[in-house]
Design a protein around this ligand. Structure first.
Ligand code: ATP
Length: 305
């Protein structure tokens, strides 16, 4: 029996290894594919962020030619201000974040940072200037420390820890036997959605870039952690240019400007008070959420209005 057990056990291990490698390969190809979408222009210069003013100028975009997603969108995030985007699921909110980080190029119009078209600067310099906390954080198969310090290679352990504390993930890391040397990702410790998001927040806080994108940054967190991190993100965004894509209206109340998106267009915009006074879509979403319908904002287009 033992003669059979060893080879079978070995085959089992081999099977898991191959399966794991395929998953990793799958991710790698996905990442490569994302990168293939954009390329540096031959004469691309490094982005120079002086003020940090972001402008979307008549931007249109389609993932597939036959299905336009953004339809001529224009707005500005003045230097050092926060613009929040709300609207039903599928409206195109995350697409704005992906375009600003240049995962894809716009199909029409342009996105400019301090007057420079982001297609004309190097991707490396663009991404150096932007910190993004995406909806789904993919971690590297490496240590927690590596994953956080990736925000600023060469950061000291103390700096990594300070960022982790601010992102409310330090205590969790410290409770694992290997602490910051714990391997995470596909081959290591599996983290929950909220924990991964906190690692991404720590990474971004450490990177400390002039422009921030929070894409539903606290959607995978429980409410106690959410409130604490909201406060942390708010102080991190102080004086920086921030694009916040939100699910909960309560998180955008203080934004300098709120854009309400529907089916790839901005249908309302203003401050929280202005939008309430307008008594339109935003005001209706606000009322729905106040009466406990937290999910209302995520309802597909048409159901909210
Ligand atoms: P949610 O609030 O649910 O995150 P959203 O407003 O952020 O929604 P987007 O993620 O920007 O919406 O998606 C807008 C539309 O683009 C959706 O209809 C979605 O199905 C489509 N879409 C998103 N990513 C892709 C992709 N990679 N390929 C094709 N279509 C896509």
């Amino acid at each position: 029996m033992i003669q059979l057990y060893i080879p079978l056990n070995f085959l089992g291990v081999l099977y898991r290894e191959i399966k794991q490698s395929l998953t990793d390969l799958d991710r790698m190809f996905h990442l490569l594919e994302t990168h293939r979408e954009v390329a540096d222009a031959p004469a691309a210069q490094a982005l120079r962020v002086s003020e940090g003013c972001v402008r979307f100028e008549d931007v249109s975009f389609a993932y597939e030619a036959a299905r336009p997603i953004l339809k001529g969108l224009s707005f500005e995030i003045p230097a050092g201000k926060t613009v929040a985007v709300v609207g039903p699921s599928g409206a195109g909110k995350s697409t704005l974040a992906r375009l600003l980080y240049r995962f894809y190029d716009v199909s029409g119009g342009r996105i400019a940072i301090d007057g420079q078209d982001i297609r004309e600067v190097t991707q490396a310099s663009l991404r150096q200037s932007i910190g993004i906390v995406p909806q789904d954080t993919v971690l590297f198969n490496d240590t927690v420390e590596y994953n956080i310090a990736y925000g600023r290679p060469g950061a000291s352990r103390q700096e990594v820890e300070a960022a982790a504390r601010a992102a409310r993930i330090h205590d969790f890391i410290a409770s694992t036997p290997k602490g910051y040397d714990t391997m995470v990702g596909e081959r290591g410790l599996k983290l929950s959605g909220g924990e991964k998001q906190r690692v991404a927040i720590a990474r971004t806080l450490l990177k400390n870039p002039p422009i921030l994108i929070f894409d539903e940054a606290t959607s995978a967190l429980d409410s106690a952690n959410e409130r604490a991190i909201q406060a942390e993100l708010k102080s991190a965004a102080q004086g920086k240019t921030a694009l916040v894509i939100a699910h909960r209206l309560s998180t955008v109340v203080d934004a300098h400007r709120i854009l309400v998106m529907e089916q790839g267009r901005i249908v309302e915009q203003g401050t929280h008070a202005e939008l309430l006074a307008l008594q339109g879509r935003y005001a209706r979403m606000w009322l729905l959420q106040q009466s406990g319908g937290e999910a209302a904002i995520d309802a597909p287009a048409g159901r909210v209005a």
